[in-house]
Design a protein around this ligand. Structure first.
Ligand code: PGA
Length: 244
C-alpha cells in the first residue's frame, strides 16, 4: 500500500489562503504516496471543491459523536462528509489536552466517523514526562485500547506530544520500537484486521528528516502539522514517501 502523507492545518489559513495552498498542492502533487489535507472547518468545503477529482483527499480535524443535536460549536461526522471530507483526525493530543478529551470520548467519535463513512485517523502518544518515567508504551497501550472500538478499521497516528511543533523527534530506534509495539497491540486487539491498519508517525516531520522516518519499519506514512502549511515542504515530504 502506498504511504499516506497527511497534512493537519490546525487553526491556520483563511479561506483564500487555504484555496491558494490547495491549488499549489494540486498542481505539484506527483504520483506515489496518497495525500490528504485537513483544513479548518471554515475552509473544508472550499478546499474539497479545489481538490475534487485530484489525488489529494480532504479530512476534518475533529467531529462530535452525535449525528446532530444541541451541541453548540461542534461539527458532526455527516457534516464533514457533506462538506467533502473522506477522513477525520480524532483524539489529537491538542484535543485531549486543551479540551479534556478522554479515550472513551474519542472512541465514541471513532464509531460516529465510521458510521458516516469517514476513515478515522486516531492519534496516540506520550508526554515528555511519561517518556522520562519509562511509561511511553503503557500510555500508548491504554490510549489504543480505550480509543479504538471493536472491529476498528481506520488509521492510527503515533504522535509523541513532546515532538509536536517542537522541532524534536524521537530517535529512529525509538520510533521503530513504538511502531512495533503499536502493531503488536493492534494485532492483539483486532487480529488480521489490526495487521492491516496503517500507522502514521507525526511530530516535527520536515523535508530534512522525512526520508529517514518514512523508511523505518511499520511506518504507514506521516501526519504533518507545521510543514504541511507550505506547499513546497509538504510536497517534498510526499516525494520522500514510498509509493505503492
Ligand atoms: P508538527 O505537528 O508537524 O507541527 O509537529 C504534527 C501534528 O500535530 O499533527
Amino acid at each position: 500500500m502506498p504511504q499516506l502523507i497527511a497534512g493537519n492545518w490546525k487553526m491556520h489559513k483563511l479561506r483564500a489562503e487555504a484555496i491558494a495552498l490547495a491549488r499549489d498542492l494540486r498542481a505539484g502533487a506527483g504520483a506515489g504516496a496518497n495525500l490528504l489535507v485537513c483544513p479548518p472547518f471554515t475552509a473544508l468545503a472550499a478546499v474539497a471543491d479545489i481538490l475534487a477529482g485530484s489525488r489529494i483527499a480532504v479530512g476534518g480535524q475533529d467531529c462530535h459523536p452525535a449525528t446532530q443535536g444541541a451541541h453548540t460549536g461542534d461539527i458532526s461526522a455527516p457534516m464533514l462528509r457533506d462538506a467533502g471530507a473522506s477522513h477525520v483526525i480524532l483524539g489529537h493530543s491538542e484535543r485531549r489536552q486543551n479540551h479534556g478529551e478522554t479515550s472513551e470520548f474519542v472512541r465514541e467519535k471513532v464509531v460516529a466517523a465510521i458510521a458516516a463513512g469517514l476513515t478515522p485517523i486516531v492519534c496516540v502518544g506520550e508526554t515528555a514526562d511519561q517518556r522520562q518515567g519509562g511509561a511511553e508504551t503503557e500510555t500508548v497501550g491504554w490510549q489504543l485500547s480505550g480509543s479504538l472500538p471493536e472491529g476498528f478499521a481506520g488509521i492510527v497516528a503515533y504522535e509523541p506530544v513532546w515532538a509536536i511543533g517542537s522541532g524534536k523527534t524521537p530517535t529512529e530506534d525509538e520510533v521503530a520500537a513504538m511502531h512495533g509495539f503499536i502493531r503488536a497491540e493492534l494485532a492483539r486487539q483486532f487480529g488480521d484486521a489490526g495487521r492491516a491498519v496503517p500507522i502514521l508517525y507525526g511530530g516535527s516531520v520536515k523535508p530534512a528528516n522525512a526520508k529517514a522516518l518514512l523508511g523505518l519499519p511499520e511506518i504507514g506514512g506521516a501526519l504533518i502539522g507545521g510543514a504541511s502549511l507550505i506547499a513546497a515542504d509538504f510536497l517534498a515530504i510526499a516525494g520522500a514517501a514510498l509509493g505503492g
